[in-house]
Design a protein around this ligand. Structure first.
Ligand code: ZN
Ligand code: ZN
Length: 342
């Protein structure tokens, strides 16, 4: 079968002919991938611009960690998972042997192997995954929308970490898929949401298509314009989903005293900010990352209930053969979520 693989520690990805995964062991299934999203981290792996050296030990590896599909083969002990079952896959696989795993606190496992990172992922026709990582979906779901589960799980974790409540004024920095998800989930909680991006007209348009009225492209507007145009003087919550170091100070400057600043972007470089100002304003900085199993279950339910509302987030669906075109589009911020259909 064809698979999109990372083979060397240099720019690029290779579409290669590889053997199909071996038969599923106990507790495993084979999923036929219907759709797999290109994530910002996949683009970093393609670019090889730093931060993913840990992948080298797994080369050659099929990437792709945001995917949904159908179970086509099962090993033993896979619970209720039957052939044909549509599923979205949680891409983080716990070790199963550490103290946390043995005591049942899988969310605390520190020795994970990511599907599409350290083991073969979803940019291929089929992939072998643990049954425990499959969340079942109804038959009539659009599996392309279901493939948004992973970025939405990050977004939901960020909104929970920020403790967004009804009436909160929330500034989201970064209009990528995760920022879009944060904006949508915060507005579902009743927050007043503003989203800013930089030279990002297309993705800000997607944000508006999700029903978020206030968006600003900071290559046309100063952050100060946000105040005059929205009447919001300061924010209760700022969530940064850019990974651009300068956004941290800029975001803190928009936050009310005792407000919460959540960092969700992956920063390739250390970030500096005015700590005295932070202290005097009693600002709270929080980090957020991979979702817990409980959050994933909520995300699955949200995706099932809100399929139509999420539809604007997916702007392109390409065959796997056009993967490199898709990566170039993602790199150049053309469209929003680009799905590959293996
Ligand atoms: Zn992702
Ligand atoms: Zn473990």
């Amino acid at each position: 079968m064809q698979a999109l693989q990372k083979t060397t520690a240099a720019f690029g990805l290779e579409l290669r002919d590889v053997p199909a995964p071996h038969a599923p062991a106990d507790g495993e299934v084979i999923v036929e991938v219907a759709a797999a999203g290109i994530c910002g981290s996949d683009v970093h792996i393609y670019d090889w611009s730093g931060g993913y050296d840990f992948l080298k030990s797994a080369f050659p590896v099929t990437i792709g960690h945001e995917f949904a599909g159908r179970v086509i083969e099962t090993g033993g002990n896979v619970g209720a998972l039957a052939i044909g079952q549509p599923v979205v896959v949680i891409p983080s696989v716990e070790c199963g042997v550490c103290e946390a795993c043995r005591s049942g606190s899988v969310d605390a496992c520190r020795d994970r192997r990511g599907i599409g990172m350290l083991r073969d992922g979803g940019f291929a026709r089929t992939v072998r995954v643990p049954a425990a990582n499959c969340l079942t979906l109804p038959d009539d779901i659009d599996l392309g929308i279901a493939a948004l589960g992973e970025p939405l799980s990050i977004a939901m974790s960020a909104v929970k970490t920020a403790e967004v409540a009804a009436g909160d004024r929330v500034l989201v920095m970064g209009p990528g898929t995760i920022g879009q998800g944060i904006a949508l989930l915060a507005s579902v909680r009743g927050a007043r949401v503003v989203v800013v991006g930089y030279d990002d007209a297309g993705r800000l348009e997607t944000v508006r298509a999700l029903g978020i009225e206030h968006t600003f492209d900071l290559c046309e507007h100063a952050l100060a314009d946000v105040k005059t145009r929205t009447g919001i003087d300061e924010f209760d919550v700022v969530i940064e989903a850019t990974g651009v170091p300068s956004t941290v100070q800029a975001g803190l400057d928009c936050l009310k005293p005792s407000g919460v600043f959540v960092i969700c972007g992956i920063h390739g470089k250390p970030v500096s900010f005015d700590a005295a100002k932070l202290v005097r304003n009693r600002h709270q900085i929080r980090g957020t990352y991979r979702a817990t199993r409980a959050t994933w279950a909520e995300v699955r339910d949200f995706v099932v209930a809100q399929q139509a509302r999420l539809a604007p987030m997916v702007t392109h669906r390409l065959p796997l053969a056009d993967a490199i075109d898709g990566f170039e589009m993602a790199r150049n911020k053309i469209g929003s979520k680009i799905l590959l259909l293996p």
